[in-house]
Ligand binder design. Structure first.
Ligand SMILES: CC(=O)SCCNC(=O)CCNC(=O)[C@H](O)C(C)(C)COP(=O)(O)OP(=O)(O)OC[C@H]1O[C@@H](n2cnc3c(N)ncnc32)[C@H](O)[C@@H]1OP(=O)(O)O
Ligand SMILES: CC(=O)C(=O)O
Length: 551
């Protein structure tokens, strides 16, 4: 049997980060882990360094029974102890004859968390027994497991509601468990209806009245699960149950990444082993992938947008010192700061964004002024640069080159890879119902005039095909550019215009992906503009590689 306490955290066994993604997290609507997924989740959580990984309920779910069998053979945690979850014996039965209790032992998990009723109303109405028998169920089952070498935690279900209604009954349940050898009395806000003030009062009072080691399990029905967990720790709880990204029954659970982020960076509690904190963002996204849920871009600490700054005033202070607008240094939790350039940008936003893209605008105030003006004007007409870094980089480079030309009096603005003479697109609905588009482009490339016609399944596809056929014989390095995504949005309220179409084109080659934008009253022209930027960006990168000695 493996360890029963967390390894290598500076706080050792004195503070528990307990993850229940594989049990409570799997109770979220829409989540269904395979056994292989469960093993992968457990490995990721172990790599982060959580103290305990609750793997599921063996004996209740065949998949969970099998997970523990496979985990015993295939999962060797470096940091975490594996936990089996289950309920106490049934009323009127014996613990040693209860098949579910047997399954907990058979799981070979070194730690067991038992769920027990701790609200008199649940004991009497849901369990249909009395308080004395409920306490006997708890004590018998805990003792049975402890006698067989298991470390036992008690999840006191509905504790806070029960304690508010009849505190003595709720405390008797905790006493039954702890008296029989349980290690932690975990107070559960099962209905998730608590607010932080009440949470702190109850935790403080329970610790004062019992002296027990107390943990908390907070559901998120009031959107206070994280706050409730942190306030409970401040009130003396030393064991926190959480799930990755807050997955869980109904509105979910306390988000592991927010709880750990807050404990480590605000309360300065080293709750993860060395290096764990810097893995929060990576592990959060990997666990979202395994749950088949898109990561929440705005999730505290780990979201893609969580350290993305849009307002010009924010950027101007960040330019002086990033700490002025970030509550922590983003890399502490493995995240990054980003500057977004939109109509809300000011000079500082452009300068910082330029630096992010590898362009030094600091000594070119004219380029910054020109870029701010262009961005604001274009965004007012429907352009959007925050999701189209490649188009923004081209705009900044054009402004930078124009400012330099103005200063030196020499035109050094780089040539576009080709010049458009004209294009024409037609749509042919044929007698058999097939719809085919045809595009003809007339271009000048490397000083030669080229005319190409191509077909496609739509006007943009045909235009893209014609453009490539025209260019690739002259610019063979364009051949590996692929169009990966194409998004269209009709804008009805861009100022001073009728409805316009915004097109975002995502392209990639063997090394990177980039996004460009085009806006026009015609969807074809908007697409053309975005496609041209996509190829111009590829040309730019290639020139840089050549100058840098690349291929
Ligand atoms: C708060 C939480 O989220 S705890 C985790 C909850 N998770 C789950 O329920 C998922 C797994 N559950 C299951 O697979 C099934 O519900 C099982 C296997 C546990 C039980 O299934 P069944 O025997 O068919 O019973 P059913 O689900 O209808 O009802 C639960 C039974 O457990 C009893 N029970 C509830 N809590 C406890 C407890 N702490 N200790 C002992 N028995 C309990 C109920 O009184 C009820 O008994 P009854 O069958 O005599 O009415
Ligand atoms: C144990 C548990 O999941 C709860 O009380 O919510």
């Amino acid at each position: 049997m493996t360890r029963t306490s967390p390894a290598e955290t500076p706080l050792g066994d004195s503070f528990h980060v307990y993850d229940t993604t594989l049990r409570d997290g799997a109770q979220r609507e829409g989540v269904s882990y395979s056994i292989t997924d469960k093993l992968a989740v457990a490995r990721l959580l172990d790599s982060l360094g959580v103290g305990f990984i609750e793997g599921g309920w063996p004996g209740a779910l065949p998949k969970d029974t099998e997970f523990f069998q496979r985990a015993a053979a295939e999962f060797e945690p470096r940091h975490s102890a594996l936990v089996a979850f289950g309920s106490t014996r049934r009323p009127g039965a014996r613990a040693d004859e209860d098949s579910q209790v047997r399954a907990l032992l058979d799981s070979q998990a070194p730690v067991v968390t038992l769920v027990a009723k701790s609200d008199r109303r649940h004991i009497e109405r849901a369990l249909r027994t009395d308080v004395a028998e409920n306490c006997a169920m708890v004590a018998d089952t805990v003792r049975h497991l402890v006698d067989r070498g298991r470390r036992v935690f008690l999840d006191a279900e509905h504790f806070f509601d029960g304690y508010a209604h009849d505190p003595d009954t709720s405390l008797r349940v905790l006493e039954a468990a702890m008296g029989a050898g349980a290690d932690v009395a975990v107070l559960c806000d099962t209905n998730g209806g608590r607010l932080p003030t009440g949470m702190a009062e109850t935790v403080t009072e329970v610790i004062a009245r019992t002296g027990f080691r107390v943990g908390v399990h907070c559901q998120d029905d009031t959107a206070c699960a994280v706050a409730n967990t942190i306030t409970a720790v401040e009130a003396g709880a030393t064991h926190v149950q959480c799930t990755a990204n807050g997955y869980g029954e109904r509105a979910g659970n306390a988000d592991l990444f927010s709880v750990v982020g807050n404990l480590a960076t605000k309360l300065e509690m080293p709750v993860l082993p060395e290096g764990g904190l810097g893995e929060l963002t990576r592990v959060s996204h990997a666990l979202a992938e395994l749950a088949n849920i898109a990561p929440d871009d705005h999730q505290p600490y780990v979201g893609n947008s969580t350290f993305a700054h849009k307002a010009g005033l924010h950027a101007s202070a960040i330019k002086v010192d990033p700490e002025l607008y970030n509550h922590i240094e983003p890399t502490t939790v493995g995240n990054d700061m980003r500057i977004l350039v939109t109509e809300m940008a000011g000079r500082a936003s452009l300068e910082l964004k330029g630096a992010e893209l590898g362009l030094d605008l600091s000594s070119s105030p004219d380029a910054i002024t020109g870029s701010v003006r262009q961005v604001k004007e274009l965004e007012a007409r429907g352009w959007s640069f925050e999701g189209a870094d490649a188009s923004l980089e081209l705009l900044l480079r054009r402004e930078l080159a124009a400012a330099e030309d103005h200063e030196t009096g020499v035109d050094e603005t780089p040539d576009a890879p080709f010049e458009l003479e004209s294009y024409r697109v037609s749509l042919d609905h044929r007698p058999d119902g097939e719809v085919v588009s045809e595009a003809t482009v007339k271009l000048v490339v490397n000083g030669e005039r080229v005319i190409v016609t191509a077909e496609g399944n739509g006007p943009v596809n045909a235009l893209d095909a014609a453009l490539r056929q025209a260019l690739v014989p002259y610019l063979p390095w364009l051949d590996d550019v692929e169009l990966v995504d194409y998004k269209v949005r009709i804008l009805t309220d861009a100022s001073g215009t009728d409805a316009v179409t915004r097109v975002l084109v995502e392209s990639r080659d063997r090394e990177r992906e980039w996004t460009t934008v085009g806006v026009h009253g015609s969807i074809v022209e908007a697409s053309w503009l975005a496609l041209c930027d996509a190829l111009a960006f590829k040309a730019l990168r290639r020139d840089e590689q050549r100058i840098g000695g690349g291929v």
